[in-house]
Design a protein around this ligand. Sequence first.
Ligand code: SER
Length: 318
Amino acid sequence: MGKQKILVIGAGGQLGSELTQGLWRLHGKENVVATDIKDAEGILAEGNFEILDVLKRDAFTSFIQKNKFTQVYHLAAVLSATGEKNPGFAWHLNMDGLLYVLDAAVEYKIEKVYWPSSIAAFGPTTPKQNTPQDTVMDPTTVYGISKQAGERWCQWYHEKHGVDVRSLRYPGLIGYKTKPGGGTTDYAVDIFFQALSEKKYECFLKPDTYLPMMYMDDAVKATLDLMEAPAEKIHVRSSYNISAMSFCPEEISAEIKKHIPDFNITYKADFRQAIADSWPRSIDDSRARADWGWQHRFGLPEMAADILKNLPEYLAAY
Ligand code: SER
């Protein structure tokens, strides 16, 4: 593998902003071009940044052609809760965006493509505990349907066109460097902001709603580990199950109370409860562990301690 030139699409989002920094560390800031439909905020402004809308196909394709990228990380998507409010646009962005990227990968011989799938690709009749890699998938949200279809397209482009596209089915991702982005698992992000500023949080899920989750540091590591693994170790070309921990609102609240004793959580479930209830409670990610050596670092106590230690300073700086 020679020198890499890397494009990140949707770099301003929750995952994108931290993954871009991971790519800076791995490949050098000068070799990474972060893009989004809106201007760079915070730390992203310190690297190469361009405005780019993947849905403006002609402009997007000429941007790829002009820059001769070797790798593309395509992260732009509408998440589960927001997608239910605007299903047509969610489908357009999540599906057409991916197809434009995969077509460009064929045409301009991009060496590697990364695209995230999600636990949302599973549904109510999927086994909920230790959800296997290969199982029933009957997603109920537009977001989930787009992820399931996207997985099939990734496999198809790999088999028919030899595209080296790689993917992870992320659980809920928890970071503190950007505000939550319209997902059902995002209560576990918002709760930290509210705990620090208000010492209370009203949760839109019930206290015992278990969901698979992962700290952002681990998500960046998983993504870069997968992308750096030799191609012959990648045996799943749809998307790998990946996980680190599972917890419910009651448990994360108890963990926060260890640091902020007068923190108080209340519950008022809304439409997102049905989405959460359709998803796995825990994930079997043994294929990722066996194929390319996935290992997580953060459980709930380590994650909560790290966020509550760093978030006040981060809020003051940005
Ligand atoms: N975090 C996403 C969501 O809640 C799931 O992939 O929409």
